[in-house]
Structures are given as C-alpha cells and as structure tokens.
Design a protein around this ligand. Structure first.
Ligand SMILES: Nc1ncnc2c1ncn2[C@@H]1O[C@H](COP(=O)(O)OP(=O)(O)OP(=O)(O)O)[C@@H](O)[C@H]1O
Ligand SMILES: [Mg+2]
Length: 400
C-alpha cells in the first residue's frame, strides 16, 4: 500500500524553509531601512539616559517595512536594556486587533502586571495602574501603536496617553504611531496631531534594486541551493516594484513562484513560474481586500457584481450599449433591495457615494463622472474584477 504521508514528505520541493518567505517572518537585518531604524533609535535614545524623548509618527504605504522596523527596534531596545540596566519598556500594540482605547490600555496594564487579572475593570482604573507603574518603576514606557488609524477611539486614547506625562515626576510615556493611511494625519484631531507627530518619518516604497536585495536575502534561506534562477528573483522584484514597491507583495510572489514550480514538478523556479504566480497573487490580494470590507461595502459591491452580470442600463451618448458600466442610481436601488432582503437598514445615498469612492480607492471598481450631457452628472461605475468571482467571495463570507 502506498503511504500517502511518506509520499507527501518525500515529494521534491524547491524550498528549504518556505516559512522564511512568509510576511510574518522578520529577518535579522532589514536592508534599505537603516535610515528609518536610525531615526527611530535616535528619537528614543534620550530615554536611555532618562531624558525626555519625543513622540514619533511613522507612515508609508503598505509593505514598506514599518512593522518590521518597529519590531526590530523593540528587540534592540530589549537588548540595550539588559546590557545597560536602563528602564525601558517597549510595548507593541496592533490597533487592528486592539481597536478600542479600552483594549489598548488593557494590553498596556497586562504588560505592566503580567500576573494580575484585569478584565472587567473600568478604563480609568486600568489607566491609573499604568501611570502608577511608570511612576514607581521610573521607566521609559514606549507604546508602539501600529495601524493606529484602525483604533476607533483614537483621539480619546491619544489625549489620555499624553496626559500621562503631566501626572508623573519619574519615568515617561513615549508614543510611536504607525499607519499606512497617508491621509490619516490630516484627519487627526489637531491636538492629537501635534502630540503624535512631534517627529515623523516617511517610509518610501522600495524600488526594484532594493526589492531584489530584500528577496535575495530571503531566497538564500528559503530555497534550496540552485533551485531558483536569479533572473526569476529579478523579475519578481521588478514586477513588485512596478506595481507597488511593496516588499510583502514581492515575497508573496516569490513564495507562490516556488509553489507553482513544485506543482509542476519543475527542477527549479524560472521566470515562467513567476509570471504564473503573479496572476495568482493578484487574485489573492483582491479577494483578501474584499473579505476585509465592512458589511455595507460588501453588500454594495455585491450589488455592483450582480448588476454587472445582468448587464447595466447605461447607454452611451451615441446610443450604443455599454452594459458593463453601471449608473450610481441603479446600483443604489439594487443595494437597497439587497439590504431589505437581508433585513438590514440601508444607508443613505450620500453614504453610498462615499462607499463607492472607497471601493474605487481600493481598486475594486473604477468610477467616472458622466459628461454634462442629457443625463446630467451621474457617477459611472465599472467593476474591476470578474463579477462571478467577486460574488463568490462575498457569498462565502456571508454564509459563514
Ligand atoms: N527592508 C526589509 N528587509 C527585509 N524584509 C522586509 C523589509 N521591509 C519589509 N520586509 C518584509 O516585507 C513584509 C512586509 O513588511 P511590513 O509588515 O514591515 O510592512 P508594513 O510597512 O508594516 O506594511 P503595512 O502598512 O501593510 O502594515 C514582511 O514580511 C517583512 O519581513
Ligand atoms: Mg504593518
């Protein structure tokens, strides 16, 4: 009898350690982020001699290494702390997970007193305990708020946290805010802005050369020797640089390329596998984006996909049909009826227009304002991906 497990284990693969190529892996050195690491270290350095440090705001597009740099610096600080016996407490908090001010303070207090149970206490109590910890320890408490734009009570949180330094005469609280939403700073309450952005550092997208180096570093650990062509790595770097300058995407691409090569029982990864993988990565990213949409945006996108499949009612000014282009009016009525079917209150048409702008920004639809013709101004909407697939992803999410 064939042993399936053994067969699976003995299967030829190009990978030495596939996980090294995943986005969760943080390499020991981060090529091309030396300056950003320096900036973060420098800003935090005064705290190492118990001087006042400034708050810092890091921003830049997705996959430009913000989280990696933040975590790298935390590791460095922990090492320094052990070496010089300074009091530094760096805490990393992801505000997509800890998305209210309560959850953030809970995480902070749990860090301070790991053996105590805090669930159920009021915010004010938890906050007081954190202040007490900083004061008693005389520590430099560095709170890194990653994806800070995702926190629902952000202004409140920042305001509270900045008050801390007025309440203590020993130690300090330093805030490092991180976001990939480039417009976020403008949307902040001016008071929070001046607090959070005392110092700032922008992370730029990587170019092809930089991505090549980042990939090479990982390829060496992730692939068996001779199992990937350098030209394939270069192609992946160039492709990702052209599309986004996003290192996560470049890594996904190279990992997928390995999978494609394995599926085809190929000797090694070549350009051909990279091209094939590119299509798959593209799809995956789109569908991941759809999965994370808020409910009403999903319903709206579903309405757009349904109408696209049925054919819209838009006629071009010359009278010819363009049934893949939809008018905002028909999209809104379909959205309303879908809401009704699901027993949900629909949002207003104005909200809907904003949602459509969001979908446009995410690249899921493209929009145009129709010329001032017979119909006046209406927004024309076109789905950017195959309707059938978009529907399927949303249906899967809704049924679960
Ligand atoms: N300079 C670099 N050297 C090596 N790997 C890198 C570098 N920059 C990013 N990466 C890798 O790219 C992936 C994404 O990086 P990271 O999570 O730090 O991006 P980010 O800027 O936080 O993105 P987002 O805004 O989406 O949170 C990670 O797997 C990380 O290891
Ligand atoms: Mg990040």
């Amino acid at each position: 009898m064939n042993d399936i497990f053994e067969e699976e284990l003995n299967k030829e693969t190009v990978f030495k350690d596939r996980d090294v190529l995943s986005a969760h892996y943080i390499p020991e050195t981060l090529p091309h982020r030396e300056e950003e690491i320096q900036k973060l270290m420098k800003t935090l350095a005064p705290s190492l001699s118990n001087k006042k440090s400034k708050n810092l705001f890091l921003y830049g597009k997705t996959g430009t290494g913000k989280t990696s740099v933040a975590k790298h610096v935390i590791d460095k600080l922990v090492q320094v702390k052990d070496k010089y016996e300074v009091k530094v407490d760096p805490v990393y908090i992801n505000c997509r997970v800890q998305d209210t001010k309560y959850q953030v303070i809970l995480k902070m207090v749990e860090y301070c007193y790991p053996d105590q149970e805090f669930i159920g206490y009021a915010f004010a109590h938890l906050y007081d305990r954190v202040v007490e910890y900083i004061q008693e320890e005389g520590t430099n408490f560095i709170v890194m708020l990653d994806e800070v734009d995702k926190n629902q009570s952000l202004d409140d949180l920042i305001y509270t946290l900045t008050r801390t330094n007025d309440e203590i005469d020993k130690g300090q609280l330093i805030i490092v805010g991180i976001t990939n939403d480039v417009n976020f700073k403008e949307d902040l309450d001016p008071r929070s802005r001046s607090t959070l952005c005392e110092e700032e550092k922008v992370f730029s997208p990587y170019d092809a050369e930089e991505l090549k180096e980042i990939l090479n570093q990982r390829v060496e650990k992730g692939f068996k020797e001779g199992k990937i062509d350098q030209s394939a790595v270069n192609l992946a770097a160039a492709t990702a640089a052209q599309e986004s300058g996003d290192a996560r995407r470049a890594l996904m691409l190279i990992q997928k390329s390995g999978d494609v090569a394995d599926e085809n029982n190929a000797e090694k990864v070549t350009d051909k596998h990279v091209r094939k993988a590119r299509e798959k990565v593209e799809e995956e990213i789109v569908y991941e984006t759809i999965e994370t949409l808020p409910e009403h945006q999903k319903i709206l996108l579903y309405a757009i996909a349904q109408l696209t499949e049925e054919g819209g009612h838009y006629k071009k000014l010359d009278g010819t049909d363009d049934d893949k282009t939809l008018m905002s009016g028909e999209v809104y009525s379909r959205y309303e009826s879908l809401c009704e079917k699901r027993g949900k209150d629909s949002k207003t048409a104005r909200w809907c227009r904003e949602y459509i702008d969001d979908l446009d920004m995410l690249g899921l639809v493209t929009t145009n304002i129709s010329g001032k013709g017979v119909r006046g101004n209406t927004t024309l909407i076109k789905l950017a991906y195959p309707a059938e697939k978009v529907k399927k992803v949303i249906e899967e999410r809704f049924s679960s």
